[in-house]
Design a protein around this ligand. Structure first.
Ligand code: FE2
Length: 259
């Protein structure tokens, strides 16, 4: 095993021991914590638990060396193979009267040169805060509210949809209990749009854009607000404009950093 793995795992165990000593944790309390983790495992929520509390920290660490736009957590609702779209994401019939938004902007490289042909996967929630193509979210066909947009010759993109909504992460199980009951928090995320930008020779960028002035912007339960994209409240003909420009850094920056 590498020295790094040994150092990090030893430090994690020591950090937990420090907390137990600091609070004079009793055997009974220790067993209660232990049983909560067992319950989390039995509920199949270990991935949720770890992602809710620590994924954003890893993204922050990566962002500290990123030269282009900042990344944000991917979240669990990305679906492979979304359709290529132009102009508009597929909207359910029952949502046709919902408030609209337009996602637009430009993809450039680190020097500001437009990147034509970049593919931007976008995905966002329904007005009830559900995602399409996710079994536990019910019957929302995966063609809705997700798609791949390609940038034009000037690196620009534009795509219409309806506004997403704030939503609660799964909160009925042990992770929700930890977050809400034991830690006194809540399980809401602010409304947001997810992006995964890919272009030849550039480092992938997975990020999110937020709606300035929206609910839960200041206390996202997933600390997901690390991205560059807090978009001001601007409307054109009643349509919320989500102008987001992505600056991609060269793919080799990753390789150099890993060497
Ligand atoms: Fe999301």
């Amino acid at each position: 095993m590498s020295d790094r793995v040994t150092t990090i795992t030893t430090d994690i165990v020591e950090a937990v021991r420090d907390v137990l000593r600091k609070h004079d944790v009793t055997f009974q309390e220790y067993r209660a914590g232990f049983m909560h983790l067992v319950k989390t495992q039995q509920a199949g929520e270990i991935p949720l638990l770890i992602d809710v509390f620590f994924n954003s920290t890893i993204v922050d660490i990566e962002n500290s060396t990123r030269k282009g736009s900042k990344a944000a957590i991917q979240g669990p609702y990305f679906v492979e193979g979304a359709p290529h779209v132009s102009g508009e994401l597929a909207i359910r019939d029952e949502d046709k009267d919902q408030p609209r938004m337009v996602m637009r902007g430009q993809v450039t490289d680190i020097a500001g040169k437009p990147v034509p042909g970049a593919v931007i996967d976008v995905w966002h929630s329904t007005p009830e805060g559900r995602y399409s193509g996710i079994e536990r979210h019910g019957e929302v066909d995966k063609k809705y509210y997700r798609g791949k947009i390609t940038t034009d010759a000037n690196g620009r993109y534009e795509c219409h949809s309806i506004l997403p909504a704030p939503y609660q992460i799964p909160n009925k199980g042990p992770t929700g209990q930890l977050l809400e009951e034991y830690m006194g928090g809540h399980s809401w995320r602010p409304a947001h749009i997810h992006y995964w930008v890919q272009a030849d020779g550039q480092r992938d960028l997975i990020s999110q854009a937020y709606f300035e002035g929206g609910d839960y912007i200041e206390d996202d339960c997933c600390n997901g607000g690390g991205s560059d994209f807090m978009v001001p409240e601007v409307y054109e003909d009643g349509v919320r404009v989500m102008e987001v420009d992505f600056r991609l850094e060269p793919a080799q920056a990753v390789m150099q950093a890993a060497e």
